[in-house]
Design a protein around this ligand. Structure first.
Ligand code: TXA
Ligand code: MG
Length: 349
């Protein structure tokens, strides 16, 4: 298949391009599009064949449900049942934006889209291209992140091209995703709102609106791989670069010392990459040192995480050592992704 690649300006959207993208979706095809979190791989959420194509383009297990993206709160009623009042309070505050909510699904949503579940995940993104594209496509876009299953989520159009060229009809390149980590997922089908995946919208922000919210136990036990998560996608090895990644945790000086020792050990036999902050990068001399952003700017670190992980692949790095990035608001989400990328390999020093 020939994949059409179109650069689009989020602030001056080319309506002809959006209209063509909408036609592809209505005909059952697939279009990758930018959102504020990561790029999505979109198909018609109400068309079971389109959902099946998404799984096959990604190489993703079909028990892993897709998020349905809408552009208008009025669209919620058609695809859900028993929407609690709490959902409207969260939507008021965080939609359009990086929050996904889980509801009971209506009959119109095919089980192919929800991975066989009777619940459906719904999100209204804030990216303007995304909103225009969803509207032009009939209003219901099923979209996982637009990466091949297991690879880091794409935060640039070029990442999508790397993974999806020849597999889908069209890629809309709207530049760098401003948040860079996938949306927060909150399950509203239980008595207590449950956070199934941490993201830019923190648990404190959800609690502020609803009064209560808890983490799915699988997130809290982030360091062990044995608790089954409620979001099926969270159980797979994810976000992984090709090199073998280890996180080094501890006091900064000890971390730097340990990583330097590892660089020395591998000299002459294995290619070593380091993931560090702007402040600590100059302390290392390795085959590749990637600056993820400043210690003082957690949003920058979040935005660059996936791109940084992909950078190591280009250079054929064998071993990657990463510092720990524990921040206030988005640190939980950053470390959740990094720990998965490392297959839970953490060294305490
Ligand atoms: O920011 C995002 O959410 C991005 C952009 C494209 O919107 N999308 C995204 O989709 O991250 P994906 O498919 O890579 O991750 C969706 C996650 C998976 O972990 C999946 O298991 C979970 O959402 N999920 C979807 N529907 C669910 C449901 N009904 N119940 C529980 N978890 C669900
Ligand atoms: Mg994903």
């Amino acid at each position: 298949m020939n994949t059409e690649y179109v650069v689009i300006d989020n602030d001056n959207i080319d309506e002809d391009v959006i209209c063509r993208a909408g036609k592809i979706i209505k005909a059952g095809g697939l279009v990758a599009f930018p959102t504020e979190t990561v790029y999505g791989l979109g198909g018609d959420a109400l068309n079971p064949e389109a959902s099946a194509k998404i799984y096959s383009a990604k190489g993703r297990p079909s028990d892993n449900p897709l998020i349905v993206h809408i552009a208008d709160i009025a669209a919620l009623g058609k695809i859900t049942e028993n929407v609690p009042e709490a959902a409207y309070r969260l939507a008021d505050k965080f939609w359009p934006g990086p929050l996904t909510m889980i509801f009971n699904k209506s009959d119109i949503v095919p089980h192919e889209t929800t991975g066989g579940l009777n619940t459906v995940a719904v999100r209204m993104p804030s990216n303007k291209t995304a909103l225009a594209f969803i509207k032009a496509s009939g209003g219901y876009i099923a979209a996982p992140s637009a990466n091949v299953s297991g690879r880091p989520s794409p935060t640039l159009g070029s990442h999508v091209l790397e993974d999806m060229d020849g597999r889908i009809e069209m890629i809309l390149d709207g530049g760098e995703c401003i948040i860079g980590l996938e949306s927060t997922i909150v399950d509203l089908t239980e008595d207590t709102p449950m956070i199934l995946r941490p993201g830019y919208v923190s648990i404190e922000m959800v609690r502020e609106v609803l009064g209560s919210a808890e983490y799915d136990p699988a997130i809290v036990s982030g360091l062990d791989a044995h608790t089954a998560p409620k979001a099926p996608g969270m159980k797979y090895k994810h976000y992984a670069p090709k090199g073998d990644l280890t996180i080094v945790s501890g006091q900064r000086d000890a971390v730097v010392g340990y990583i330097k020792g590892k660089i020395k050990e591998s000299e002459g036999c294995l290619k070593v990459g380091i993931l560090a902050t702007t402040e600590t990068c100059p302390l290392y001399s390795a085959d590749k040192v990637v600056d993820i952003g400043s210690l003082k700017n957690e949003d920058e670190v979040a935005r660059h995480l996936y791109s940084a992980l992909r950078d190591f692949d280009e250079e054929g790095i064998d071993l990657i050592y990463s510092e720990e990035f524990n921040f206030g608001q988005i640190g939980q989400a950053i470390m959740n992704r990094l720990i998965k990328a490392a297959g839970h390999k953490i060294v305490e020093v």
